[in-house]
Design a protein around this ligand. Structure first.
Ligand code: THU
Length: 152
């Protein structure tokens, strides 16, 4: 049943340093594909599935500016369309040398759809990172479970 496959929360993973490094590198590779001719702000994302597959995404902007899509949302939409609904982690990369790239509110909500207890690696181009969970990035978030709560 759909509901059962949905939102499997894997909990914060204790990913090896090697796996984290690999995922960050994949997000940096995805960043190379960024289509960001309006902002010139490249972003890449790489998702890790429970069976250790990696699905990447980049931001894709549009001449109709408001239609642009973030890298994280693109990666999640790609993953879901390929049959993945559960994630261990996502790494996000940008070209900011002094700040960790932090996902926008919309992308936090998009992540929350697939659980609140998985890892988000905010990174810098030198490979350094800050690990957070979806729940830390979006406390008191709204998710699919709430749709099944008792109502008046
Ligand atoms: N962007 C992302 O793709 N992810 C983020 O975490 C922050 C912002 C994109 C959206 C837009 O294409 C560009 O970066 C500037 O906002």
């Amino acid at each position: 049943m759909d509901q059962v496959k949905f939102n499997m929360d894997h909990g914060p993973q204790h990913l090896s340093e090697e796996t984290v490094k690999m995922l960050i590198q994949r997000s940096q590779g995805a960043k190379e594909q960024a289509y960001c001719r309006y902002s010139n702000f490249r972003v890449g994302a790489a998702l890790l599935t429970p069976d250790n597959r990696v699905i990447t995404g980049c931001n894709v902007e549009n001449a109709c500016y408001n239609l642009g899509v973030c890298a994280e949302r693109n990666a999640i939409a790609k993953a879901v369309s390929e049959g993945h609904r559960s994630f261990k982690a996502i790494a996000i990369s940008s070209d900011m040398s002094k700040e960790f790239i932090s996902p926008c509110g919309g992308c936090r909500q998009f992540m929350r759809e697939f659980g609140s207890n998985w890892d988000v690696f905010l990174t810098k181009p030198d490979g350094s990172y800050q690990r957070m969970t979806v729940d830390q990035l979006l406390p008191f978030g709204f998710g699919p479970e709430q749709l099944h709560e008792e109502r008046v």
